[in-house]
Design a binder for this molecule. Structure first.
Ligand code: ATP
Ligand code: MG
Length: 432
């Protein structure tokens, strides 16, 4: 349906060099020949205007590309830095037709982009990641089924499609968490349950939309691995991040994770295997749980750069965003080595409020910048809200202890809770 209406949309004037690239890519896809690199100067399209898109734009622009962003918001973080902002819905036929006609390739920055939009673009453009991988990751049922089917360890789970499913779950899955299949993020769309009645009540509260019930695991640590995979199947893996959450939202990422070297190696291999099993193209995050100090369980996958990978901007040879641009443009991938120990601290809207909910005030950034090795990133969001991701700080240290001490100090100075949490002091598995 979308295809036929888009087919009728007016074609805008195409960039000739770009169009020849596109043709080369389409034929490469058909013949299996390696794709022709898209030279800097060309336009790259991006679906989504959030902070991940903003950092993608900046990285792509610094490589010499121009970026066109489709996002319905007026002052979106990516839209305001893009070379062109198409203020439209992701399925808007004219907007998608403009991307198709002006861009040499397209990508996305959030997993809830409609698969139909990526499929439409993929008919004529190089698109990474592909609609099929995004469709798997955007639905917890297909994601868990894919992972379990591929032999990857996941938390024991049951699929809830009806009230009867909810009422007849295996008690071995309790205590558990009911998670909506679609549109969950930052712990939203999740309810913790202890009894069958609570499972049914949670399913009802989610308006009986499809969900999974997952057994609650005793976590010794939470990790994530960012991985990139190119057309030839080469995989680039960054170091493992150790993630601390507060109220279901990522609070701090410590990299490298304070875990035994064998577990870190297993985590990296696991993430690379997930990318390969998905036949993935682009940047992917694999979130992992560590159970019993040794067992790795895949929590979920995100088909895009990830909050826990922001440290790569300041602490690695190639950032997750530059790598996304490189893979989208069919360029060789960059090195993923980490050159400096790093601790990333998320900046949520809460720190704009000092008792008075009606009068948010800008935090005192000079306190952050007074730490000469703290790298401040603000996303340009006009309206601070509690729980809203407004920016992040990456603390770089000559040693990990130095980076941790800086993160604790910055949290304290900005009034972010948890500056004295044991996990920010001791080693990951001992402290938790
Ligand atoms: P995000 O968008 O931050 O990735 P999300 O809403 O997609 O979050 P999950 O990653 O599934 O949700 O869960 C959020 C957090 O809840 C996890 O990081 C973990 O701390 C906790 N959690 C989720 N599932 C389990 C589980 N099965 N056992 C124990 N803790 C869990
Ligand atoms: Mg998660």
């Amino acid at each position: 349906m979308i295809a036929s209406s888009l087919g009728r949309a007016t074609r805008s004037v195409a960039n000739v060099a770009t169009r020849s690239n596109v043709a080369a890519h389409s034929s490469a896809a058909r013949t299996g020949a390696p794709p022709v690199p898209i030279a800097p100067g060309a336009w790259l399209g991006l679906l989504g205007g959030g902070q991940l898109g903003r950092m993608f734009c900046m990285a792509a622009q610094s490589l010499g590309y121009r970026v066109a962003v489709v996002d319905p918001g007026k002052d979106s973080p990516a839209g305001t830095v893009a070379d062109r902002h198409l203020e439209a819905d992701y399925l808007d036929p004219p907007a998608l037709a403009t991307l198709r006609d002006t861009c040499a390739a397209a990508t996305t920055e959030f997993e809830n982009v409609p698969a139909a939009a990526l499929e439409f673009l993929a008919r004529e453009l190089r698109v990474a990641p592909g609609a099929a991988s995004v469709a798997i990751a955007q639905d917890r049922i297909s994601e868990k089924t894919f992972l379990a089917g591929g032999g990857f360890a996941v938390a024991p789970f049951a699929v809830l499609r009806s009230r009867a499913d909810a009422a007849s779950i295996d008690d071995a899955l309790l205590p558990g968490i009911v998670k909506s299949a679609r549109f969950g993020y930052d712990g939203k769309g999740q309810v913790r349950v202890k009894t069958r009645d609570e499972v049914v009540a949670a399913f009802d509260a989610m308006l009986q939309s499809p969900a999974v019930l997952e057994r609650r695991i005793a976590l010794s640590a939470e990790l994530s691995v960012i991985v990139a995979r190119d057309d030839a199947g080469n995989v680039a893996v960054w170091p493992v991040a150790e993630n601390l959450h507060r109220d279901g939202i990522l609070d701090v990422s410590i990299v490298p994770a304070r875990i035994p070297a064998e577990i870190a190696a297993q985590a990296r291999t696991l993430a690379a295997n997930v990318a390969t099993a998905l036949d993935y193209r682009g940047v992917l995050c694999v979130e992992l749980f560590v159970a019993d100090d040794t067992r790795l369980i895949v929590n979920e996958i995100a088909p895009r750069p990830h909050n826990s990978g922001h440290y790569t901007i300041d602490a690695c040879v190639t950032s997750q965003f530059e790598q996304q641009a490189r893979v989208v443009a069919a360029l060789p991938m960059g090195a993923t080595d980490q050159h400096t120990p790093a601790v990333m601290v998320n900046l949520l809207g809460d720190i704009w409020f000092d008792g008075d909910e009606a009068a948010p005030r800008e935090p005192d950034w000079t306190r952050v910048l007074a730490h000469a090795s703290a790298k401040l990133h603000l996303y340009g969001k006009r309206e601070p809200r509690r729980g809203r991701k407004m920016g992040h700080v990456t603390c770089l240290g000559a040693s990990q202890d130095e980076a941790l001490a800086m993160a604790r100090a910055i949290k304290r100075e900005l009034g972010i809770p948890g500056d004295d949490a044991p996990a920010l002091r001791g080693s990951a598995t001992k402290a938790r």
